[in-house]
Design a protein around this ligand. Sequence first.
Ligand SMILES: Cc1ncc(COP(=O)(O)O)c(C=O)c1O
Length: 450
Amino acid sequence: MYKPDFRQVIADSQKVLDLIAKKDLDEQERRWVVEETVRGFRDHVNPGFLEYRKSVSTDYTAVEWTDSGATFEDVNGREFIDCLGGYGIYNCGHRHPKVLKAVLDQLSRQALHSQELLDPLRAMLARLVAQITWGDLQYSFFTNSGTESIEGAMKLARLHTRRKGIIAAVRAFHGKSMGSLSATSKAVFRKPYLPLLPGVVHVPFGDADIIDKLIKAGRFTGEEIAAVLLEPIQGEGGVIIPPPGYLKEVRRICDENDVLLILDEVQTGMGRTGKMFCYEHYDVVPDILCLGKAFGGGVMPIGAFVSTKEIWQEMTPNPFLHTTTFGGNPIACAAAIAAINVILEENLCERSAELGGYFLQGLTDLARRYNAVCIEARGMGLMLGMEFHSDELGYMVAKGLFEQGVLVAGTLVNAKTIRFEPPLTISREQIDRVLNVLGDVLENISKWRA
Ligand SMILES: Cc1ncc(COP(=O)(O)O)c(C=O)c1O
């Protein structure tokens, strides 16, 4: 039986701590980092990741090490333009100096909160969130991730309405903890865990009429609907933009039937689509807004669910009804406060709209030119996607881009639509470089197919 050798553990952990403290690594250290990383993933994290990464990176050596702005470098100093943006976390760029400073300043004073006294940054961030959101959205509960924001929103909807039903959409992605997974739609993630939460149904995204019918049917059968939960643009589903008038009609139906509208802006929020929140494009305000990802400025994990005074009343008599130890901790709040400041001060929403339009035009031109490979490019702001005729083609494009120093998301399992979600701080020159590389990759694939 294995028995721990704590002296060895002290030595091993010290070696890693020394490595973290180093500015530059020599050849031997770089090799050690790659070997240790691969070994750790193989023996202690999940060997499946090695196969997954290998499918795009062609070898294991792309171990990420340092980042700034719209790029990151692997441990061997190879630079990549980040067009994946950590699936939408780097709206402010990688390690934006102002976000980093706020976190380091806060860290030098206090890292986590006592859990007992009033912690100031949580209050100050909640007020800022109330200032940047539309309508009566006023109260925030801070979480550690997107999925927790959805869990909280679903619980709040049940609490306020005393009903259980949730209508979500086909192709939706809301996270993978049990509650949010119930609203996520993809069978591959859900099937092993069925049955999930009762009362969650999925309807086609873009069809408001069916929502109305289901709400009314639920009232008749007694299985009543508490809330409709939607992403304003479906991200993981493949950058799917709803038809004109859809969200406004859903809002009207919810109002008419006294059902809550929860908008999941975990990915679309914080300037990603060219507005601070995507709902602004549609002139629709949700009853509960969910945030995550870029809310922490690309430096700290933090999410939130935000609602109105009226709905929040349910949480007031016992504020411990829904809690989390780390949610809203001072360093995460410092990062989110800085993120709000940076997004507004640097006009990142406008930048996202402008550069997104330019990028989309470039992608559309390429999609038309290489229409034997691509179906179309679409998106809003810097939330863009390119759809291919097959997973294999999308995978080849992702792999080709990676080989030439551009990171996008796409694996053999799921690459029919590749997403381009770079930091909103990306430069026009970097976008041009991505478009040039993409053009070369598409040209090569077209020749190879001919
Ligand atoms: C729209 C949306 N909601 C929720 C989540 C879940 O967020 P997290 O991975 O932080 O739990 C994601 C993650 O991709 C998402 O895109």
